[in-house]
Design a protein around this ligand. Structure first.
Ligand SMILES: [Zn+2]
Ligand SMILES: [Zn+2]
Length: 135
């Protein structure tokens, strides 16, 4: 799917993903859960060149979480992305994109060893621990 549009809750930040698969994954790590009130569901558009911020770039706040960047809307607080500058790699909050979540294939759970016991997603999919070893 190409040229998928998304936006944050208040609409200030608009994003275009130029090219992506329908693959959605989650991360159970402490910082993702703390920032998102639970495991964040992400779509992986790959390199930065596939992501265009079409409105509200001045509303994006970046928190530097060690070597990666966590971006959120400074007006409404919506999580926007996780970005690893060293790898030129973006992961976007899948829930910003209505067309992504309509067609999503939920295929991977990361940092599964950090998941608390009180929730579990239904269905079977690949699970990796914090050292990216399959569980
Ligand atoms: Zn917003
Ligand atoms: Zn995480």
């Amino acid at each position: 799917m190409n040229n998928v549009k998304g936006h944050c809750v208040c609409g200030a930040v608009e994003i275009l993903i130029k090219e992506y698969g329908n693959f959605v994954y989650t991360c159970h790590c402490d910082n993702c859960r703390r920032m998102n009130a639970g495991p964040v569901l992400s779509v992986d558009p790959g390199p930065k060149e596939n992501v265009e911020f079409t409105a509200g770039t001045d509303k994006i706040t970046i928190y530097h979480d060690e070597e990666v960047e966590r971006g959120f809307c400074s007006v409404c607080g919506s999580t926007l992305f996780w970005h690893d500058p060293a790898q030129n790699h973006y992961c976007m909050n899948a829930e910003l994109f209505d067309d992504v979540i309509k067609n999503a294939e939920f295929g991977l759970e990361l940092f599964y060893d950090m998941k608390p016991d009180y929730y579990t997603f239904s269905g079977e999919r690949k699970k990796l621990d914090r050292s990216f070893k399959e569980i």
